[in-house]
Design a protein around this ligand. Structure first.
Ligand code: FES
Length: 647
């Protein structure tokens, strides 16, 4: 029989197959993931593909409608009952009849409609850890005294090729009734934990079950964000966020660790609080997505080390001081029920590995999402919070550190600082001649000197300065000559403008003469200098380890990074010199990394291996850190040049 060349897109995997091979079989042999629940019975409709027609010069292959078999009776029955979209075929029925180019649509059409604004639109190739498998099981037979569960396993082994198959104990009491209810046809949820070839039956339904969900959750110290994702199509069906209720035990991470140290039941209280909130979010996304909680079979969580420990019920005290020992650094695999998460009784849980005592599973998720280890360019990832988590590397080598920036970038320690919220000043310009400022607040598109500004902001007023605002105002003060390279507000400028005024022995700059009065004080400038020097010194240390003078791309992760203007970040020397169009914000990259781990078990292996390889640099132990810190106190830096900025 003639062989035909088959090319799968978008993966680009290709191979030769005898005429008459089903497209699904060809995909399997090449390791292209095509979903299948019914095992090729043309009833689940999950194995859809599209034939691409035309000549593909790059791949030296031509493909046409005749390269695939005509629709057969089984497929026609499905198409009639369930409406197969135009152009789609069931790959379990369609066979190869000529050279063929096949597109595996990642449910892109559904994705485009339903994907949430707040979820990254990236399409993630699916290879989930939990798989639905429909089987028809032999009926009991007096002559072959094999148990119901054993016949179920035999059928799964036969149809789906599982070698080693175990079943969760909670199914033992249900297997009889489910098999009979389904008239010996059932769908099993199989979990692969990738250790050896072991697979486990974790859930069972009568008949054909055609949908299963997972949740991807980023537990931040301030906010918890969750996506509900279909494990079969990859689409995000609902997203929600909530404040982390641990805030009432302490604003920042260290105060939460102290709370545990001072209160005998502090750890339990915080674990309970975060798990309850996660439970509420599950309810929310389930309701919004129209999903039954019992259809949620897998859950992936990420968070910084302290959030990670508290969620798992681990005392974080050790993380409060050197040597910052993690109780567990590798990926955590458990049952969702062990953490009292009310999902399907068999649902599994996966937490990404932590990189180091200061660099958590959230940073691992960001790394997975941005993929410095997958490319040649030297990529710098910065996640600014109370601690800045810094990752620098490429395919060859990845290094990481955390720097104690303190909360100044989040508006704390700043006299008029506040969290990013309506009313906060986020953009600032200062006239180089008159030193008059204009600004914009969160919640309004108008600048303060534009007509209608007062009316536009009537609801909130001007309440303070947020993190990105403080960066801009100090950068503008520096560019206008109000602040010197050493970070001193120049009293001589008071002669030029009444905006610069004396406060005891130092000077301040009046940004907003209203209620409240908003000024930038000498202490504010100092606080930002200290924070940015810590951040830059950490980055510089990593650059030295890598032996590079410059970086190729910079990614800002997290909320702060989404609002900061890269030009100003560079003007103040928060980050090293880099082409401005190579600096970008990646929003909730941790959430994207969590979704990748949820939808593709290869990504779990990838990040576990990457984290093992990542070199951890402890800034406190590096003598060069102090030197870099001192240089970085200057604006933008005492020794390092910024040629890209000048251009
Ligand atoms: Fe179920 Fe093709 S595998 S329809």
């Amino acid at each position: 029989i003639a062989d035909h060349l088959v090319l799968f897109m978008p993966s680009g995997k290709r191979g030769r197959f005898p005429k008459g091979t089903t497209v699904l079989d060809a995909a399997r042999q090449l390791g292209v993931y095509v979903e299948s629940v019914c095992g090729g019975r043309a009833t689940c409709g999950r194995c859809q593909i599209e034939v691409q027609e035309g000549h593909f010069a790059k791949h030296k292959i031509s493909s046409s409608k005749d390269s695939i078999s005509a629709i057969g009776p089984k497929e026609a029955r499905y198409a009639e009952k369930r409406a197969l979209p135009v152009g789609r075929r069931l790959s379990c029925s369609a066979t190869i009849e000529g050279d063929l180019v096949v597109d595996v649509p990642q449910d892109a059409i559904v994705n485009a409609q339903v994907v949430r604004k707040d979820a990254d639109q990236r399409v993630i190739e699916r290879y989930p850890a939990v798989q639905l498998c429909y089987v028809e099981v032999d009926e009991p037979d007096m002559h072959k005294p094999l148990g119901d569960l054993d016949r179920l396993k035999a059928a799964l082994r036969e149809d789906w090729g599982f070698n080693r198959l175990e079943a969760d104990a909670h199914l033992l009491s249900e297997v009889q009734s489910i098999l009979r209810q389904g008239k010996w046809a059932v769908t099993a949820a199989i979990h692969h934990d990738d250790e050896g070839d072991a697979a486990r039956i974790i859930a069972l339904w009568p008949g054909l079950k055609n949908e299963a969900y997972g949740i991807a959750c980023d537990i931040g110290s301030t906010t918890i964000a969750m996506h509900m994702v279909s494990l079969l199509s990859g689409r995000v069906v609902a997203s929600a966020g909530a404040s982390n209720p641990q805030i009432r035990f302490g604003e920042d991470l260290m105060s939460r660790v102290s709370y545990v140290m001072m209160n005998p039941d502090g750890r339990q209280a915080m674990t309970k609080a975060v798990r309850q909130e996660v439970g509420k979010l599950v309810d929310k996304v389930a309701t919004e997505g129209g999903v039954d909680r019992s259809d949620i079979l897998d859950a992936v969580f990420v968070g910084n080390p302290i959030m990670h420990h508290l969620f798992l019920g681990i005392d974080p005290t050790e993380l409060g001081g050197a040597p910052f020992a993690l109780a567990v650094s590798g990926a955590v695999k458990a049952r969702a029920g062990d953490l009292r998460l009310n999902l399907n009784p068999g649902a599994r849980l996966y937490m990404l590995p932590c990189i180091a005592g200061h660099v958590g599973a959230d940073a691992a998720a960001v790394t997975l999402s941005e993929g410095p280890h997958r490319q040649d360019e030297m990529m710098l990832i910065v996640d600014v919070g109370t601690n800045a988590e810094i990752v620098l590397g490429n395919r060859k080598r990845v290094v990481t550190a955390s720097s104690p920036t303190g909360p100044a970038f989040e508006g704390a320690e700043i006299s008029s600082g506040q969290r990013a919220a309506p009313g906060a000043i986020e953009r600032v310009r200062i006239d180089r001649e008159t030193l008059e400022p204009r600004f914009r607040i969160i919640g309004s598109e108008l600048w303060s000197d534009e007509p209608g500004f007062a009316e536009a902001i009537a609801a909130t007023g001007v309440s303070g300065i947020c993190g990105s605002g403080i960066i801009e105002v100090i950068a503008e003060m520096y560019l206008s000559g109000i602040v010197s390279e050493d970070g001193v507000i120049d009293g001589a400028m008071a002669a030029k403008s009444p905006r610069v005024f004396s406060e005891g022995r130092t000077f301040s700059y009046l940004l907003h003469d209203g209620e409240p009065r908003i000024a930038v004080t000498q202490n504010d400038v100092r606080a930002i200098q200290l924070a940015k020097a810590a951040l830059y010194a950490g980055i510089k240390l990593l650059m030295e380890k890598q032996g590079v003078e410059t970086v190729d791309t910079i990614r800002f992760a997290g909320a702060f990074g989404s609002f900061i203007d890269p030009t100003y970040a560079m003007t103040l020397g928060l980050i090293p010199d880099c082409e401005l169009d190579k600096v970008s914000a990646v929003g909730n990259a941790a959430g994207t990394g969590a979704r990748m781990a949820l939808l593709n078990r290869n990504h779990r292996r990838e990040i576990e291996e990457t984290v093992r390889r990542i070199e951890k640099i402890e800034t406190a132990l590096e003598p060069r850190f102090q030197q870099h810190f001192v240089y970085a106190m200057a604006l933008p830096n005492k020794v390092d040049p910024y040629p890209k900025l000048a251009g």
